[in-house]
Design a protein around this ligand. Structure first.
Ligand code: KG4
Ligand code: ZN
Length: 327
């Protein structure tokens, strides 16, 4: 829940999060039907929790925002249906928000918010994009993955290494005990001259190594392979981010999305950017992965600029596939 004036960065009043990681962990990944059923169970208690934390009376809520897409249709529908029912009951407008815009703007809730314009590196489980951001809703796509997303590369490699869900943090933890130089892994499209990414070949290379090591693979080799995988992904993300900054001439980088929590990525980006006088902004760690605060923030920032289309008819739809530049 955020509070916003006519200008300035909206302030976070309260937020609450329920992670489905434990539920998905049991199945080794996201089961869409279970995810949406769990959304149904959690959405009302979480809303009550946020209201209680914020000490704002429900009648004082002016607008309700929800994630309209992209994402799993079932989970999106639960949020959209709930938001529209709540807004209708309160007689206030409702605003559908783009999930990635939430991630992109989430660093504005940090202690040291960025200023426009900046280059954004969006790295989540489903997306890997570099964008020039001149203001809210002014996004130019500079490059994106042509196959797997960076988070997907972490998750799939982790699965090959027999690590649990979610793979990214598990692989990163194991990598701390490994030496990244033991295994030689490809850095796809590193020298392509474009700002696009490709991670499918990396996953295939990890699979080849796992098969070669066989079922008796020792923990140390697994850690070396985890470190090499993480390093290959980080090298590509850092190199392309620097290239995007160079191409645009901008001196600010915003990193958002779940993979933005990766410590190695942060260390390497910070070092490379410091050398070039570039300032890097991250969301608070708690706001790196999916959360409601970033969705409220994006809606508020759009409202301030007269960009949101608040609806009062409550006839909602969701957009499981929705490019950000079309938002
Ligand atoms: O943004 P997000 O929470 O959800 C999506 O919208 O996809 O991103 C989730 C992704 C997963 O692929 C997860 O493995 C990855 O972010 N991730 C990490 C780390 N924490 C989360 N990857 C690498 N290192 C981490 N520390
Ligand atoms: Zn996300």
């Amino acid at each position: 829940m955020v509070e916003c004036g006519a200008t300035g960065v909206p302030a976070l009043l309260a937020d609450a999060l329920h992670s489905q990681i434990d539920m998905h962990h049991a199945y080794g990944g996201v089961v869409p039907e279970l995810a949406s059923r769990d959304h149904i169970r959690r959405v009302l208690p979480l809303t009550r929790q946020v209201l209680a934390k914020s000490r704002v009376a429900i009648d004082d809520v002016d607008v309700v925002a929800f994630t309209q897409g992209p994402g799993l249709a079932g989970a999106l529908l639960v949020g959209a249906g709930f938001a529209c029912a709540l807004a209708a009951a309160l007689g206030v407008p409702v605003i559908g928000v783009h999930h990635l815009e939430g991630h992109l703007l989430s660093p504005f809730l940090s202690a040291d918010p960025p200023e426009f314009p900046f280059v954004a590196l969006l790295v989540s489980g489903g997306h890997t994009q570099l964008m020039r951001v001149d203001d809210v809703a002014s996004y130019e796509l500079l490059g994106e993955t042509i196959d797997d997303a960076a988070g997907e590369a972490f998750d799939k490699s982790a699965k090959l290494l027999g690590l649990g869900y979610p793979g990214g943090p598990a692989l990163a933890r194991l990598a701390e005990f490994g030496d990244a130089s033991v295994f030689d892994l490809p850095r796809p499209l590193l020298h392509s001259g474009t700002l696009d990414f490709s991670f499918a070949g990396l996953k295939t290379a990890v699979r080849t190594h796992v098969l070669k090591l066989g079922s008796n693979v020792c923990e140390q080799d697994k850690a070396h392979l985890a470190a090499a995988t993480q390093q290959a992904i980080v090298d590509v993300l850092v190199r392309k981010s620097i290239a995007a900054l160079k191409a645009t001439g901008l001196k600010r980088l915003v990193v958002a999305g779940g993979v933005g929590a990766n410590t190695r990525l942060r260390e390497q980006l910070n070092a490379e950017c410091a050398k070039r006088g570039i300032k890097v902004h991250y969301p608070e760690l708690a706001l790196c992965s999916d959360n409601g605060a970033m969705i409220a923030l994006a809606a508020a920032m759009r409202l301030q600029r007269g960009l949101a289309k608040p609806q009062l008819d409550y006839a909602f739809n969701v957009l499981p596939r929705w490019p950000l530049h079309a938002a």
